[in-house]
Design a protein around this ligand. Sequence first.
Ligand code: ADP
Ligand code: ZN
Length: 756
Amino acid sequence: MREGPVARVAMVAAVEGQYSYAVPPELTEKVGVGKRVLVPFGRNRRPQPAFCVSVARETWTSTLKPLTDVIDDAPLLSGPLMELGEWIARYYCCPLGRALSAMVPEAIRRQSGFVTVRHLTLSDSAPETARQTVATSGQTAGGPAKRFTARQRAVLDTLTHTPEGLDLDDLLVRTGVSKAVIAGLLKAGHISQQTRRVPLPAPDFDRPGPEPAFDLNSDQRAAISRISALTAEGTFRAVLLFGVSGSGKTEVYIRAIRSVVAAGKQAILLVPEIALTTQLVDRLAARFERVAVIHSGLTGAKRSLTWAAIAAGEKRVIIGTRSAVFAPCPNLGLVVVDEEQEASFKNQQSPRFNTRDVAIKRAQMSSCPIILGSATPSLETWHNCERLSHFEKIILPSRVAGLPMPRVQFVDMQIEQRQRKGLHLLSQETESELAETLGAGQQAVLLLNRRGYASYLVCSRCRTPIVCPHCHVNLVFHQSTGKAACHHCSAKMVMPTRCGDPSCGGTLIRFGMGTQRVEEEVKTKFPQARVARADSDTMTKMSAYEQVIRDFGDGRLDILVGTQMVAKGLDFPRVRFVGVINADTSLMQPDFRAAERTFQLVTQVAGRAGRAESGGRVVVQSLAGLSPVIQFAANHDYASFASHELAIRKSRGFPPFSRLARIMVSHPAQSQASKHAHELVEQIRETLTRHGLPADVLGPQTAPLARLRGQYRFDFLIRAANAARLLQILERLRGEKILPLSDKHILIDVDPVSLL
Ligand code: ADP
Ligand code: ZN
């Protein structure tokens, strides 16, 4: 038995569990929590990177292997962020090392953009000669001083007077010697050097813009004073800032953040997807100083330098998407999540965290409030305001400047089609609104939440649809490329002309519709209009999207056709008309959140109309009749929608009245996938019963996307009454090795946002 420091580490490679290593004497100074270390691991004992999770004096036996090395000079993650990482790993069922790696992007780990600084001190090993030299050099020219040249003496002299040492550049300036002189002294061991990595200056994101001239209205003032009271107290609280689009939420964020910054603290503002919110981000960034904007377009060096500047407290306001929730702010005073309900806040790879929920956890750990802003809050957040004491709701009840909400009209396309000859994508109502809008020199937005030209290719004789050979989902025909594409695996094939079944050989017809067809019909009916389409086919590059948005904003376009891309976060004063082409596309999806998503989408896009002048108009077309969901959206009535939908969720036991974990089992062989899923469900049910853990296991079934990238997929849900219960159950299943965390055939998604 021996005693000494022992480090516990989590492997960077996705390996479950924590491992202990003895810290050898030469590394005791250097090792520390939040730094990466190299440890012998695996059968071949090759050194592998790991995060150091704790260091403590322990007694240990000689079987404990020693650390190989310490990689980082400074911790990559502070204590509180390590704690957050441990929570993420536990709650979202992922290996700790992977959660920690996700919090520190690669470029930051590499310290891109940092330079190495050499720091020189008088060496311990040769102090006598050197000191003697200095002491005597002024008086007697003889003795030991002779051993050094005048230049060498200058260096030794300077370093004797600065016992803490000097950086190489300073030393060169002070002494006027060349690097060769220093190198000589180093080689002879008279002086010694330490190196450290320091960041170059961080990128400057500050682009101050004009301050708006208006005064805040009384609702905004009340909201700000409530939030400021919370930030001043330093209390954790989640505040839902609930207000229709244009009610002035963004202005509230700005003022609340400024008051936090004025108090010397930092604030993080999270937005769903930078690509969809460039306009908002520009507008926000222009209102702050010492701002950092974190988005995927940042180069590695910029990202890593920005990270360092945040950690040093130089950047005060951090605006960004998911990863910005991990910004290493030492002094966090406020977190804001804009559009808190957005599905894009959910990380779609392990760790499958929801950024909003991590942000709430982080605010709690930092004892600061968090603002969740939305016109259409998630039902989870809405429900939390009703049942939890640390949630509260602040309402901005109306649009600023008294602008009315746009009038929304509903068109039943089945009735329309019976009355009108031919197949029309645009209803008569939509057409006449478009004509009027163009006539008035204003702009229109048309939303259809499906890209491509036609949704399906179907055999005219046997009605068999053409499907992707890998994923078995319908292929979508794209007019611009003339190809049929799979929207799940991106496979593309030449448009077939005949039925895939040779015994049939019927001709194919296009059925359904996508944004391309809408664009085509608009161009035919309004040849004079300037039309552009924004969806992920045309907008593969962020710059293309930005260009279209700029052109539309500057009035070089009349009509913007697009998918949900056009529904989010855009603020165009000249938009008079918004048309929703087929509101039930998303309502029909096999997911318990389909109604919620449809409500959000229709409400959001309707909010784009009439933002600057009254008289905004919206037409919502639907094929499946008028559902209550669309009716609530048409009336801008979130509260009624919420109580309607919450009643349904409650009766079916779905969130927010329960918590779910979705388990997906995949395998290239269908029988294997099915067998594995069934066995897993059996084992889980048995374990739950054995431990008296109350939970439902729903399934297994073939996943809605039954085959993806050559893998057959089966899924099932574990449903528990609340988060604590679910966590307990998942920990039990992991403990009994029933649910492994790093099995490529099993995917665990806690709090899934989509079941598609
Ligand atoms: P939201 O974030 O709720 O959609 P914004 O904060 O973007 O609302 O406000 C909508 C528009 O109204 C913006 O152009 C904003 O500059 C402006 N605005 C905000 N508050 C006021 C106010 N009190 N008086 C006049 N205009 C305002
Ligand atoms: Zn496919």
